[in-house]
Design a protein around this ligand. Structure first.
Ligand code: GAP
Length: 514
């Protein structure tokens, strides 16, 4: 655990030091669970958003985009079920007066058991060496099987109790497991209560005429209420999808773990409208397709796993998370939800407007079913950033800090470095910069010795350094250094654009999905 904590602290401080993420309103001591993206962070975030948008909208003829407003008519949230059911179970510790999410306390307890499993696996790996078969070990080792059964029993009981709104049993479970408040160490808990996560606000100038509004807690509802507008104006035929990225707001009880759980965050969601009865096959299709998107970024197959929901949200008939191995363990990164016709039917009921599709092949109208893919952009940012940050031991006995971001997502694609600040080298370097900046985000750096500049760019995640030296003046060639391998090669200035393009363009990376 200590190691995980250290690694996570490094991620947070690196994100600040290199201009990726700052605490919001830091000069006023910050605002809890709200963050600002700085000069590099905003580029990385934009690149992740673009990578998603291209995969979902540009590459699929039957998926189109939308940018709906954050404010929506308040009845939207009655219809969607959020007013009545968008709750988290909270519990207070009477001694520390700290508030917790009851389900998170139980999940954290299970995460600790999972750490024990990982330790057993590591020990066995060492003992058996090459001959070690992880899958077999996990399914046969008595201790590991026992741990896993314990986790399953706890989570399944919690899932059932939450689904049945049996909050007394959730408290009983916390007490039986002897979970203590991480702050006070005490087991003196209040009853578990439900807490609605939506932020309310008011629209209108005078108190009498003001209308109560909510800041949207998910972007999906903007898609549902526009379903027929888009279908008709875009002449879309089922199956088709509508994709959207944008801010969502939740008054999270437990808002910690940096940008993992924020009160203001961004979602990238796609609602796929399908014929009723076909939801199972589309559910499998989108689970597989979304996992392939993640894998295309090369962040390691072992870092992902599916988690099928025990407790289904009020709108779903099946749901799974794609979990990622964050520095604090496997956690939800993206959700794939089979939402049935719940949302459209509810909006029909509350608005009194028909939200049906006329299927020419079937010669009948119906309310489509919906398959949803929903990923948090900030959470994806954290996955990419934390996975990329590495301390590497070098052959010469030193270490380097390197941010091995997938180059398609890196904020700066290349740094142009004159070897020295004289002899006409800065002028040539700036000419290269002026040419490359039409196609890529590139920077110029002439401060410090070139070795230090390389290290700075490594830590910044820049995939290429291009060094202009005295030979450049003679042969129109430069040295290009690759961040991950640290290999250097001599190339013609005229070839630079093609070399960088082939490595950083979306095509190169997204093709790996095929
Ligand atoms: N429309 C469905 C929906 O909103 P969700 O599982 O509540 O489903 C989807 O959220 C994704 O949004 C999550 O998988 C996560 O990546 C992200 N997300 C949810 N709450 C978040 C928060 N407080 N901070 C950051 N990301 C969050």
């Amino acid at each position: 655990m200590a190691n995980q904590d250290d690694q996570f602290k490094k991620v947070i401080s690196h994100a600040k030091e290199y201009g990726y993420v700052f605490q919001s309103s830091e000069i006023y001591d910050g605002l809890s669970a709200v963050y600002d993206y700085a000069q590099n962070g905003v580029e990385l975030k934009k690149n992740i958003r673009d990578y998603w948008w291209k995969a979902m909208v540009q590459m699929n003829e039957n998926i189109v985009g939308l940018d709906a407003a954050i404010f929506m008519h308040p009845t939207t949230w009655k219809a969607s079920g959020h007013v009545d059911a968008f709750n988290d179970p909270l519990i207070d510790n009477k001694d520390s007066k700290k508030r917790y999410r009851a389900d998170v306390l139980i999940e954290d307890y299970c995460a600790k058991i999972e750490t024990k499993i990982e330790k057993e696996v590591k020990k066995a790996e060492k003992r058996f060496g090459e001959a070690f078969n992880k899958a077999e070990f996990i399914s046969t080792n008595g201790r590991v099987v026992g741990y896993q059964e314990k986790i399953n029993t706890i989570l399944s009981r919690m899932g059932k109790s939450l689904e049945n709104e049996d909050l007394a049993d959730v408290k009983a479970l916390i007490e039986e497991l002897e979970i203590a408040c991480p702050l006070s160490g005490s087991k003196n808990w209040t009853d578990v209560k439900q807490f609605n996560l939506m932020f309310g606000t008011k629209l209108g100038a005078s108190a009498e005429s003001a209308m109560d509004l909510y800041l949207r807690p998910e972007t999906a509802q903007g898609i549902f209420v526009n379903f027929l507008n888009v279908q008709k104006t875009g002449r879309m035929k089922i199956p088709f999808g509508i994709a959207q990225t944008g801010k969502a707001f939740r008054n999270e009880i437990v808002a910690r773990q940096f940008i993992f759980r924020m009160r203001e965050f961004e979602q990238m969601e796609m609602q796929f409208f399908i014929k009723p009865g076909t939801q199972k096959e589309w559910y499998e299709h989108w689970k597989e397709t979304r996992l392939k998107w993640h894998l295309s970024l090369g962040m390691g197959q072992d870092n992902y796993r599916f988690h099928d929901h025990e407790k289904l949200a009020h709108y779903a008939d099946a749901a799974a998370d794609i979990e990622f191995k964050f520095p604090f363990g496997f956690k939800e990164l993206e959700g794939i939800h089979s939402r049935t016709d719940f949302d459209l039917s509810q909006h029909e009921k509350f608005s009194g407007k028909k939200l049906q599709y006329f299927d020419h092949e079937e010669n009948k109208s119906y309310v489509p079913y919906v398959l949803e893919t929903s990923i948090g952009l900030d959470r994806m940012f954290l996955a990419v950033f934390s996975n990329a940050l590495q301390e590497e031991a070098l052959e010469n006995g030193t270490t380097r800090t390197v941010l091995k971001l997938p180059s398609v997502l890196a904020p700066v694609k290349a740094a142009i470095l004159p070897l020295v600040k004289k002899d006409g080298l800065p002028e040539v370097a700036k000419e290269i910069l002026e040419d490359l900046k039409w196609d890529f985000n590139v920077i110029y750096d002439e401060k410090d010795a070139v070795g230090r500049r390389y290290r700075r760019q490594d830590a910044n995640g820049t995939p290429f350094c291009i060094t202009v030296d005295h030979d450049t003046l003679e042969d129109q060639s430069v040295t290009i250094r690759h961040r991950d391998s640290m290999e250097q090669e001599r190339v013609k200035i005229s070839d630079l654009k093609a070399i960088i393009k082939s490595e950083v363009e979306v095509r190169t990376w997204l093709k790996k999905m095929k």
